[in-house]
Ligand binder design. Sequence first.
Ligand SMILES: *[C@@H]1O[C@H](CO)[C@@H](O)[C@H](O)[C@H]1NC(C)=O
Ligand SMILES: *[C@@H]1O[C@H](CO)[C@@H](O)[C@H](O)[C@H]1NC(C)=O
Length: 182
Amino acid sequence: MPSLLSPCSYCLLFFYFTLLATTAVFPATSAPPQPQATISDQFLTPHNQARAAVGVGPLQWSKNLTLSASQITNAQQKAACGFANLNSSPYGANQAWASYPMGPAEAVGSWVNQGKYYNHTSNTCAQGQECGTYTQVVWRSSVAIGCAQVTCVSKAGGGAPAATLTLCVYNPHGNVQGQFPY
Ligand SMILES: *[C@@H]1O[C@H](CO)[C@@H](O)[C@H](O)[C@H]1NC(C)=O
Ligand SMILES: *[C@@H]1O[C@H](CO)[C@@H](O)[C@H](O)[C@H]1NC(C)=O
């Protein structure tokens, strides 16, 4: 694993108002999923589009990794859908938390969207920005992926939206310090 990860280096957090603000400023980066698209395709397609955009081959869907991801998100469901601490995981991991029901395409799109801050010439991220979820998405030597989502009902009740935790795990993991993603 990369050595300098905080418990959630590769995570994104969305509150309902954040979504609205973000949507107002930036056009959507990924097309909405086709109604017939399977859940795995809803995760996989935007990953592989982002990878193709930089000349990196596609990820393959892994049932094993999906099972691992599901076990983790199911455990987090009992912890109010908070971020999992995956520092000791052998896999790469991207997480997204939203205060509302977030679909796979939007979660992956939020990771891919970090790419606008990534400078491939210098392999650095714009100051004050995070690029780690993007670089994991496009990491060339990662070949397999599995993803899961869980929702939790807000303790506030009163029709408050359910929170959603999204997790994708990648094998082999990316974000190796000192290496370029592609
Ligand atoms: C999937 O998991 C099973 C059980 O742990 C293991 O035997 C198998 O080798 C794994 N397959 C892959 C492709 O990792
Ligand atoms: C990217 O990094 C290179 C090398 O440090 C620099 O010359 C270039 O201006 C940077 N590009 C942007 C868009 O900041």
